[in-house]
Design a protein around this ligand. Structure first.
Ligand code: SF4
Length: 344
């Protein structure tokens, strides 16, 4: 088994420590970060402006840390689901969603998830491990369409706010000039509303924020999302009201639609009251059935009706097109529970 440490995911500061320990010249750190994040090499031997000796010393203790996907599935609609090995013999999934005007990658931030949302396959998997910043970045770098990507969403497996240190570090690498130079306006991070971490995210990052709403009513949301017992959606929205997000930064609410459960006129009223005056938009999402769940999805016609009602109330609402359902890449369907990697 290879116990060498990954360079991918390290900041310039951390790379300086690496070169100091190896007694290499200080400027080697910025050369390495350039190879990792701008030239996007997969191996230390490709860092050709480092001396052979420097490369050999690095290779003794380190690897770049890129992993290639173990499996790629393609949907009839062009969506692709990538399976990546993660540490401790586990796997994660990422979904590549090509559309006419944008090419989006949905990345995972954890293996599994501990939040237990009723409608989510990842929640059923339970929590298995945190991903490192390098493992998050690897998903962006190691898909076939890496150079075509225009947007990133942290909406894959896991709750990003439950692994915030690594998520923030990955965002720093993605958006820094020394890193991959992404605009934070092309990145959207989702949360079910873990308030203390959400505050830190708002203060330390400039990426867009998407909140999983799913019901404006306490009892009902508790049944769907256990987090409501700790951080209620009312308190999440009150917290958001404390911040000035400027015109560039977007707050959106994700709303999965369940037939007869959260798609009534009363819910339109409840949402309107909850979000009154907050500059935001709502995305309505089709529920994709999961095994052993009594929940059923709302019909497309009813979803459009719901969107129209909210739009009439002045809340910009769109119905999000469902993608990748046939390969279990659609929202709420990612799971790697049954997959365990064999030891190398
Ligand atoms: Fe976790 Fe998100 Fe699934 Fe809830 S919806 S269980 S937070 S991955």
């Amino acid at each position: 088994m290879d116990n060498r440490e990954a360079l991918l995911g390290k900041t310039p500061e951390e790379l300086r420590q690496v070169v100091e320990e190896l007694d290499l010249p200080g400027f080697t750190a910025s050369q390495i970060s350039n190879w990792l994040y701008q030239k996007k090499v997969a191996g230390i031997e490709e860092m050709t402006n480092l001396s052979k000796k420097a490369r050999a010393m690095l290779q003794d203790k380190y690897v770049v840390g890129r992993t290639t996907p173990s499996r790629v599935q393609t949907s009839v609609d062009g969506t692709k689901k990538y399976l990546f090995p993660a540490h401790r013999n586990l796997f994660i999934e990422s979904a590549y969603i090509p559309e006419e005007n944008r090419k989006t990658l949905c990345v995972s931030s954890q293996v599994g998830c501990k939040m237990g949302c009723l409608f989510c396959m990842t929640g059923k998997q339970g929590f298995q491990a945190q991903l490192s910043a390098g493992e998050i970045i690897n998903q962006v770098l190691s898909i076939e369409e890496s150079d075509q990507l225009s947007n990133l969403v942290y909406m894959g497996m896991g709750e990003p706010m439950d692994n915030l240190d690594q998520v923030l570090k990955s965002l720093q690498i993605l958006t820094s000039e020394w890193g991959m130079g992404w605009s934070p306006r092309r990145i959207n991070v989702s949360t079910i509303g873990v308030i203390p971490a959400m505050r830190r995210f708002i203060e330390e990052s400039e990426a867009h924020l998407a909140i999983s709403l799913h019901s404006p009513f306490d009892e009902e949301r508790r049944r769907l999302m256990p987090i409501q017992q700790v951080y209620s959606i009312e308190n999440v929205v009150e917290t958001l009201r404390e911040y000035d997000f400027g015109r560039q930064r977007r707050i959106s609410f994700e709303y999965i639609m369940f037939d007869g459960l959260n798609d009534t006129p009363n819910h339109v009223k409840g949402i309107t009251k909850l979000l009154n005056g907050l500059r935001c938009r709502i995305n309505l999402i089709k529920f994709h059935s999961i095994p052993d769940s009594p929940l059923k999805g709302t019909s497309p016609e009813r979803m459009q009706w719901f969107a129209d009602q909210l739009n009439k109330k002045g809340i910009v609402t769109t119905v999000r097109r469902s993608r990748g359902e046939d390969i279990y890449a659609a929202c709420g369907l990612l799971s790697t529970k049954t997959l365990v990697k064999k030891e190398d």
